[in-house]
Design a binder for this molecule. Sequence first.
Ligand SMILES: *Cc1c(COP(=O)(O)O)cnc(C)c1O
Length: 240
Amino acid sequence: MSYDYIADNVARIRQELDAACHAAGRDPAGVALVAVSKFHPAAAVAAAAAAGCTVFGESYVQECLEKQAALAHLPVQWHFIGHIQSRKARELAGRAALIHAVDSLKVATLLHKHAQEQCTVQPILLQVNVGCEAQKHGVPPENLEALARQVVQLEAPSHGGIRLDGLMCLPPWLEDPEAVRPFFAQLATLRDRLQQTLGRHLPHLSMGMSHDFMQAVAEGATLVRIGTAIFGERPCTHAA
Ligand SMILES: *Cc1c(COP(=O)(O)O)cnc(C)c1O
């Protein structure tokens, strides 16, 4: 299996990201590309790393840990972007440079406890259900402030544990990416408001995927999560 196409895809995405930053008057250094490698084999990740990708996103704990072990020799970071089940929190804590999709105090508390056991700081984002879609995870926008207040109450920087770094969203899939823009703008507004009420900087907005990352960058994304446009279509079943 040749993964030559991955280098071409990465080069193209980088150009598009640079163009989106330029159009928005933003520094490209302020937008990190998270290459979403879920369901794709370790060899595909290695090809993307050779093409310059340094951050990979995974959605399943087992698959994430297996790829980390297989690719331990590579100088890359792993982000966990999937939904977190309580029973997986122990395995995950301390194993991802950033956990994007925390949406309950229960999971935040478990991650905090297990990170503290390892004396490690675990950066997290809170996932907001900006489209208020019944089938999607994420805290409803109206409950965000209450959850964020509880989460930062847990923080104890000198003892390790979680640290709230920003917000993430997975908005409705809409054919026209311009139609998704209001959801990205909403997440940015929620972040700005939360910075005010908490009185602290929340540096990250994780938003935008293959289909709509240009619009997300225009609205302030600092992390774009791109899978298909780098690795191609995912196999439809999950082996793990
Ligand atoms: C799979 C996934 C992505 C990548 O989506 P693409 O459309 O393939 O770019 C981004 N974010 C999350 C949360 C995902 O689960």
